[in-house]
Ligand binder design. Structure first.
Ligand code: ADP
Length: 629
């Protein structure tokens, strides 16, 4: 069905209705009227015939035919009709034709009305007259016994045009009425449909704008109550769409937040195995990937094995199993890569690839493996020695007691070394465990240094090493855990004494550095090689002294690791500067920075060469003397 406009339909409908309502009555009325008028006209023609008949009978014919013709002409002119007198078909007189021309008229005997009259009745006919070129109503009647007139037929002719004019006036009036009615109804239709069409237009525009995404719009006005269900349906639809949309937007926002907030890198692949979208974490792993949507995983990651797995999962649609693998990427980063295939609502097979960073886990695992290997290795040597000497003592006891004593001494030395190592490991473990939980409190630095010096005094005395405390006078307080800081100073001084040659000096000094204080333990030992400066703070790292591993002298390589752990937990720093004497390449200075409580006295004496022996609290006294003295 063609989509005619509402207005056109209404117009043509009304037109049809009008046609049906007006045309048949008009046609009926017109034809009835036409008949009536014709009958009336024929009656009139007969009446005129009667009148002429009466006049002729009353006055009779004239003396001759010319006189009769003149009389009929006058009568015809006054009555507005044509009067003819015919005898035996020959016209004898005619009001419309001059008398001289009457004989030239053709015979009228064959005329139907004349024939009827000749038969004795009144004949009435409607016919076109070639004589006057008009349609006429003819009425004829026999005339007998009229004085002065031969027996014949009296015929009158009345023009039909008068009748026709009346009819056509009537018809044109009817056509006008019909046309005006159609026009008026079209105008009324146009005007009455205007508000309706405007309202429909507004409804359609609102519906259209809802369709274009303005789901908050509603239809409030409609053309009529017939449109209410339609308006309600559209409003309901818009409301539902609005709700679903806001739900979708909310869900999308949440998903995006989760997607981008994830620590794991995620890439979503389309059915062709190309990257469709990725999250921020993935962009951090593969910089710039967010701008390269549409590339393949191999182009993004440079990992053919990943591409192989992706292709395999996409090709084998029956396999819905998740695939997982571990991969190492540039920069030594390890990732656990999980491939999860899925089928989207359109039936296309797609995939999510998740990159979980396991670098830290791998590192810790490696540290743990190294640590276990190191501890085992460190314990193995003294244990083997203890086992060997013990077995020898049991199976083949040496004959001489000095030899037995030497064996037992070796066993004791190795046992001591193991004890020291185990203790160090325990301290280290404790430090790691305590971590940031360390309770920091003001600690008197003077007291700390004095106590540490006292602890190493015995070893220093044994080697003739001078211990120098050059801390400035006055109150020096640092923020820290006393036991931990004690461990640091004892380790540093212990190393300094241990690695310094006989007769040298080991000194402790301090200098302020903004809100911190920097302590320095200086010695004149062999120094630290450049490449080992950072590594000596690692666990189990030892410098080979003259080709001999430091383990020989009981070094386990844990002291400085413990120091670093403690200092870091105090928010401080530890480092070494060496050599101190460029000519000999000897000497090492270990620095420790700690947070100061009070501003220390700026009269730092560590810069000068003055050596003060404060280990026992007596300035200037020999450090190698017994602290108890
Ligand atoms: P340990 O507790 O076994 O002494 P450390 O961690 O304290 O181990 O020291 C690690 C290594 O650093 C030692 O093996 C030693 O070679 C070197 N070292 C430490 N302190 C000094 C120093 N004052 N002078 C020279 N070498 C040192």
């Amino acid at each position: 069905m063609k989509n005619y406009s509402f207005r056109k339909r209404l117009f043509f409908g009304t037109l049809m209705l009008l046609m049906v309502a007006l045309v048949p009555p008009f046609y009926f009325y017109d034809s009835t009227l036409r008949e009536d008028i014709m009958l009336d006209a024929k009656d009139r023609a007969i009446k005129v015939l009667d009148t002429v008949d009466h006049v002729l009978r009353e006055y009779g014919g004239d003396t001759d035919m010319a006189g009769t013709d003149a009389r009929l002409t006058r009568l015809g002119e006054s009555m507005g009709v044509r009067i003819s007198y015919i005898a035996d078909g020959v016209v004898l007189a005619d009001s419309s034709v001059p008398f001289e021309e009457v004989p030239a008229l053709e015979s009228h005997g064959a005329r139907p009305e004349v024939r009827k009259a000749m038969q004795g009745t009144t004949g009435v006919e409607v016919r076109y007259s070639t004589t006057v070129n008009k349609e006429l109503i003819y009425a004829a009647r026999p005339m007998r016994g009229v004085p002065g007139l031969p027996e014949g037929v009296l015929r009158i002719a009345v023009p039909v045009s008068i009748v026709k004019e009346r009819l056509s006036r009537l018809e044109s009036g009817m056509v006008w009425v019909l046309s005006l009615t159609v026009l008026a109804s079209a105008l009324i239709g146009f005007l009455s449909t205007r508000p309706l069409l405007r309202s429909i237009d507004a409804l359609a525009r609102t519906a259209q704008s809802i369709g274009q995404g303005h789901y908050s719009r509603r239809i409030r006005e409609y053309p009529g109550k017939e449109f209410k269900p339609l308006a309600d349906a559209i409003n309901g639809m818009a409301h539902n769409i609005e709700q679903h949309l806001s739900m979708l937007v909310d869900q999308k926002g949440r998903l995006e937040a989760v997607f981008n907030g994830m620590n794991e890198g995620v890439m979503v692949l389309d059915c062709g195995g190309r990257i469709h979208s990725c999250n921020k974490a993935l962009a951090a792993i593969f910089p710039g990937i967010e701008n390269k949507v549409g590339i393949t995983p191999i182009e993004a990651t440079m990992k053919p094995e990943l591409q192989k797995m992706v292709s395999h999962l996409l090709e084998h649609s029956d396999n819905d199993a998740t695939m997982r693998t571990q991969m190492e990427f540039s920069g030594g980063r390890f990732f656990e890569v999980t491939l999860v295939p899925f089928t989207d609502p359109a039936g296309a097979r797609r995939m999510v690839v998740v990159f979980y960073d396991i670098s830290e886990r791998e590192r810790l695992e490696k540290v743990r493996r190294d640590f276990v290997a190191n501890v085992s290795h460190e314990l193995k040597t003294p244990l083997t020695s203890i086992k060997g000497f013990a077995e020898t003592l049991i199976e083949t006891p040496p004959g001489r007691p000095e030899q037995t004593a030497m064996f037992l001494k070796t066993i004791l030395k190795n046992a001591n070394h193991m004890t020291k190592m185990v203790n160090s490991l325990l301290v280290l473990a404790r430090c790691q465990h305590k971590g940031e939980e360390t309770d920091l409190a003001p600690v008197d630095a003077h007291e700390l240094v004095r106590q540490s010096l006292r602890d190493v005094m015995h070893a220093a005395n044994a080697k003739g090493i001078t211990l120098a405390n050059t801390l400035p006078e006055g109150d020096i307080s640092v923020l820290g855990d006393r036991d931990g800081l004690m461990e640091v100073f004892r380790n540093l001084l212990d190393n300094a004494v241990k690695y310094s040659p006989k007769g040298t000096t080991v000194s402790v000094s301090m200098r302020p550095a903004q809100d911190r204080v920097a302590f320095c333990v200086r010695d004149e030992g062999p120094g630290i090689p450049e490449k080992a400066k950072d590594r000596i703070f690692e666990r189990f790292y030892r410098i080979e002294q003259g080709g001999e591993p430091a383990a020989k002298d009981g070094s386990a390589g844990l002291g400085l690791a413990i120091c670093r752990r403690i200092v870091k937990s105090h928010g401080g720093d530890i480092w070494v500067e060496s050599p101190l004497d460029p000519t000999t390449g000897t000497g090492a200075a270990f620095f420790v920075t700690l947070q100061a409580v009070d501003k220390p006295d700026k009269s730092d004496k560590s810069g000068n060469d003055t050596v003060e022996q404060e280990a026992n609290g007596n300035a200037g006294s020999d450090a190698s003397t017994d602290p108890a003295a």
